[in-house]
Design a protein around this ligand. Sequence first.
Ligand SMILES: [Zn+2]
Length: 731
Amino acid sequence: MRNQFPRRHLPHLGEESPRKLFANKSNMRITNLGFPNVYQSLIKVTVEKFWKGEATEAEVQKALADVQAYNRSAQDGLDLIPVGEIDLYDRMLATSVRFGIVPARFGTPADVIKSLATYLSIPRGIKDKQASPMVKWFNTNYHVVQPEIERDPQWQKDAPLPDLSDPRHILPLIGPWTLLAYSINTTSRSIPELFSILSKEYQKFINSLPEHTKVQLEEPSFLTKGIPQGYEDFLKGVKRHVHLHVYFGAVNDFAERLFALPVAGIGLDFFDGPENLSLLARFPKDKTLIAGVINGRNVWPVSARTEKLLEGVRKAIPEDRLYISPSCSLLHVPLSAKGEKGAFSFAEEKIAELKAVKDGKAKYAPFTQQNPALPKERFTRKRKNYWVSDIAYPTTTIGSFPQTADVRKARSDWRAGKITLADYETYMRKLTKECVERQEKLGLDLLVHGEFERNDMVQYFAENFSGFTVIKGPVQSYGTRHVRPPVITGPVSRPRPFTVPWSTYAQSCASSKGGSASGGKKPVKGMLTGPVTIVKWAFPREDMEQEAHFYEVARALAEEVKDLASAGIKHIQIDEPALREALPINPARHAHYLHHSVNAFRLVYSAMPDEVVIHTHMCFSEFNDILDAIKDMGADVLLIEDSKSKGKVAASIRDSGFPASIGLGVYDVHSPRLPTVEEMLAIPNSLDMDPHRVWINPDCGLKTRGEEAWAQLELMMQAVKILRKGVVEKF
Ligand SMILES: [Zn+2]
């Protein structure tokens, strides 16, 4: 009984209301847009073995076939079943290759289709061949491999195809406009020229499919880039049954043109775009509507919200022209909620819900939209000036140190009850002490405790806050990388300090010879994940707007910050790597989002005494469109990723009148390679800025590195010695 679970898991849903049932089984049909590829982690495990030389190509293909077969059976009973949308790595990569979009450094498209090793090296890189970049898929937590267009696209007849013989099968296909919107174009052709070429290749491909084939053409980029010139002509040349889908938002800006396109059906998202409901009066009488009325991006059981949306849809569209579906592909949720602590609705449960809705047997959980008032005041500190270091080119790290196999084993042994909590903590303290001592030996100025006790920067907070439920089922983040986003199930609070013991223990390990702070000891930084990142990398409540979640989490974090400061921790870092990616797709919502995300961040530290220094770190380098917001965050030190752009990001931040200090990530931590002193020196040397406001640090946390992390840091400290020699001290 999916929706009969303890209320503590769904406190926002209010009292159980009498179940409403649709009187009769209906004639509307049901479909789905895509399914997760995580069944038994078969694909992940086999592909990773293949990379290590421990699995054959045939074994990898069998893993894919097994997952495809499982997915088909899990979706049996749908009137239309998506097939061929899951891939060994990612759909965007597969679609690019189908249309001959392959970086020349990896060979020809035919080479890539012939060799699995080559195909799977595009997103990873190999020897001297750099990997294709990975980018976020809209504002989800999923990433795709960016197509690199270096020559004219050309349909590849030999690219693999799923079994389309069953007329219930539909082939999902990222549309040509969305593919182009995600591409890097290094040809001399303009985007309209490329669209014209690529869309003709799409026509050839689609028209080559068996005549009864239905195609699910996905163009979410209409939301960000509009409908391009020539899209009508492209569709006129397509001789198959097409369902055109625009998910992740409302289509009001271009509804008239969208509705007039020559396709059999149009798919709309009523969750991320509830405004779509008001457009249905104008929905064309000759087309089918595929109505996304079940939230494909969240894990809550079907509620009265769906019931209401469905009512609106059914009023406007007759059942014989109506499919209902999730709002987007279900790749954004885990596979099955069996065995979870809480009656969630993951991919398999959502399929069951679709069937229940169709049969009039759905039990809609009560739903009331909560509208907690967002704070009107702007949170601010008493002190007006930013803190500046008295050391030239001060040094620090981003926070985490390598988590070796031993660390992970200790954690899993403790969770499995093989060792006691006391033993686990003793071991973690030993690692922390060693880590502090090694940092001191290197001469780093601002120390960290190393974060050995943390599994993941969001999950760790979810486990220590009230109001979160941690789940087991994985979600694909990119390629073979899986994550387990926690679920925000209730009001968030912090029952007791949890980072404080680690930070104060690390501080006690610092030798008393070091620096001026903390009784003559070198200071240790307290480490927190910011409110936006915690919310963005979790499944939020459905009944409360994202911005209200930010403040709730920020209040819980503010408690922790207060306790850190009371315990004598003078430097506190609050990371917000998700700030940029959580930007809404709809530009009209940017100002609201940026105002409240920044204000929630400020709330975390605003009550701090003047001497407490606030640091923040972001793992991205596209600052330009949110520079004002970054400045407005008010941190004393902004630690960025600048090794790949060689100081250009810092320069543009400085040029914008950034008033605080910048931490230059001077080397790339994602590679085991030892950076040269010269290349690290080049970054601060290119930046004309007060050396007391320029921090030197790695460009991200060192968690995934091995022992080489220490050698890299040693080289960084050599570079700092040279830098400081060039500085004439002010005092
Ligand atoms: Zn980072």
